[in-house]
Design a binder for this molecule. Structure first.
Ligand code: NAD
Length: 312
């Protein structure tokens, strides 16, 4: 029995997310051609057999499909356009998948300007944090043609949970789903921080308050699970920088504006995140805005150790 040949994957952007995603592609046997503004980010991959390319154009010219995993639409545009960009190297009929959290403008412009070249363009942003990228359990939201999604499924499955690779619609749908997930999750973060701060200042024990919320109709995944990373471990998730969280909130509001929906709550949440970015810095973790409310209570909000532990 012969093993089917794996296509060569070109990958641009080897940061918190791209680093783990490429390691999983390599483990699954996909030959890799990689590029990043920071060559050192490719050292481990190259030691494992990946080929380093000097430019995005060279990545595209040496691979069967190209994936970008870059911070913002501007970075995506930089990697795609210009004499050293993907479009300069990709063959007619080639495939580009943007897995960045972004908006459709760059990909739309590529499709419009290259209509005669038969390029296959997909948006496939992800959820699951850098931990999910490292463990290959990302959720992937794919926008594009159904045949392309099926053809690329083995590539997505090397990086994500096969049950959670979702074809969510046509071009741009993946970007929209991802932005709405982040918008809601960041809104949950701010709402949860507010009610915990007020309840604690009103004299309620933090653990009692959280248990009551979890048992109530106001429960959420954030109150039940995600907030514990702060309340139990003081971990604000530095794997996802606050600067990128602010970028996502800005893009979410841009998207709302472009489709004519007023989003008062989203705008407020964005302002809270921007305040935290100004106070705590670009590189602080995405959950750091919670600290603005902890500071109002006079210190960090932390659950006391479990009863059994404290009575031992
Ligand atoms: P990051 O800043 O850690 O990594 C980005 C990498 O891209 C860096 O290594 C940088 O050097 C490189 N880069 C930038 N411009 C480039 C260019 N023109 N050519 C080549 N390389 C370039 O960012 P990240 O956390 O890995 O996030 C990547 C994307 O994934 C973002 O859109 C982010 O919103 C999204 N995302 C991140 C997380 C997370 O938890 N970190 C989760 C889901 C989605």
């Amino acid at each position: 029995m012969t093993t089917p040949t794996r296509p060569t994957v070109g990958f641009i952007g080897l940061g918190s997310m791209g680093g783990g995603m490429t390691r999983n592609l390599q483990r699954s046997g996909f030959p890799l051609v990689v590029n990043d503004l920071r060559p050192e980010s490719a050292a481990e991959l190259v030691a494992g057999g990946a080929r380093w390319a000097e430019s995005a154009a060279e990545v595209a010219a040496s691979s069967d499909l190209v994936i970008t995993m870059l911070p913002t639409p501007r970075h995506v545009s930089d990697a795609v356009n210009g004499p050293a960009g993907i479009l300069a190297g990709i063959a007619d009929g080639g495939t580009w998948v943007d897995m960045s959290t972004s908006v459709p403008e760059v990909a739309d412009a590529v499709r419009r300007a290259n209509a005669s070249r038969g390029l296959h363009v997909l948006d496939a942003p992800v959820s699951g944090m850098s931990v999910g990228a490292a463990s290959g359990s990302l959720q992937i939201f794919v926008g594009g043609e159904a045949e392309d999604v099926e053809r690329l499924r083995p590539v997505f499955e090397a990086m994500g949970d096969p049950e959670r690779i979702l074809h969510v619609g046509g071009h741009g749908a993946g970007y929209a789903v991802k932005l709405m997930i982040n918008q809601l999750w960041f809104s949950h973060l701010v709402a949860t921080a507010e009610v915990l701060a007020v309840g604690v200042k009103a004299g309620v024990d933090l653990g009692v308050l959280r248990d009551a919320l979890v048992a109530s109709p106001a429960n959420s995944n954030f109150v039940e699970k995600d907030v514990l990373s702060i309340l139990e471990h003081g971990d604000y998730d530095e794997g996802f920088a606050l600067a990128l969280a602010c970028k996502d909130l800005g893009l979410s509001i841009d998207l709302a504006r472009s489709v004519g929906v007023s989003v008062e709550l989203s705008a407020l949440v964005e302002q809270v995140f921007r305040r935290s970015r100004a106070v705590h810095g670009d590189r602080a973790g995405e959950m750091t805005p919670f600290r603005l409310y902890e500071e109002l209570t006079g210190g960090p909000l932390r659950l006391s150790p479990a009863k059994e532990a404290s009575t031992r």
